[in-house]
Design a protein around this ligand. Sequence first.
Ligand SMILES: C[S@@+](CC[C@H](N)C(=O)[O-])C[C@H]1O[C@@H](n2cnc3c(N)ncnc32)[C@H](O)[C@@H]1O
Length: 185
Amino acid sequence: MQSFNTFLGQSFRNFLTVGAISPSSKYLAKRMVKNVKGPVILELGPGTGVFTKEILRVLPPNGILISIESNETFVNYINNHIKDKRLKLYTGNAFLLKDFLAKNGIGKVNYVISGLPIGNLNKKDKQKLLNEISESLEEDGVYIQFEYFLAGMKAVKKVFPKISLDFELLNLPPAFVMRCKKIKK
Ligand SMILES: C[S@@+](CC[C@H](N)C(=O)[O-])C[C@H]1O[C@@H](n2cnc3c(N)ncnc32)[C@H](O)[C@@H]1O
């Protein structure tokens, strides 16, 4: 309930960047991490940490999760509720994801799991973000993104032509999950 109240409050203040009125359900979180193994995972836009908890559940003991959240209230919430040494949580802009990886001495990651509302981004920002995500992934890496209306799918397809779609009904609203494989160059 505390997570819901925090989320709703931030959503009223910054609807465009928060992009939802409530945190995702645990069912959507489980679907987001289906077949995810790590060992190096980058999470963008964790909010109150629903996906973060599920990612930590599937992450191996020696794995690492880097999470980038722009909203300080959410960062404080996660810091107060999730204690795990494998989690490196940063306040900042996901658009600078390569800098955050470099700070952790990491070149590439195995998975990017994104809660960012990519449908709300303008064309240029979306393109820049997707390119950065692709460049940050290992050759067999996977980018996982949820969306309510698939508004960003066209742009995603340009960078990640191989998308498999999944759907979670038990979420408010129900949501699509895009699993995007990096193409081998
Ligand atoms: C739709 S919410 C998803 C939150 C959480 N993953 C969930 O599913 O409940 C989007 C999240 O992305 C964050 N966000 C939006 N733009 C961001 C950016 N440029 N950098 C980092 N986080 C951002 C918002 O603050 C919010 O926490």
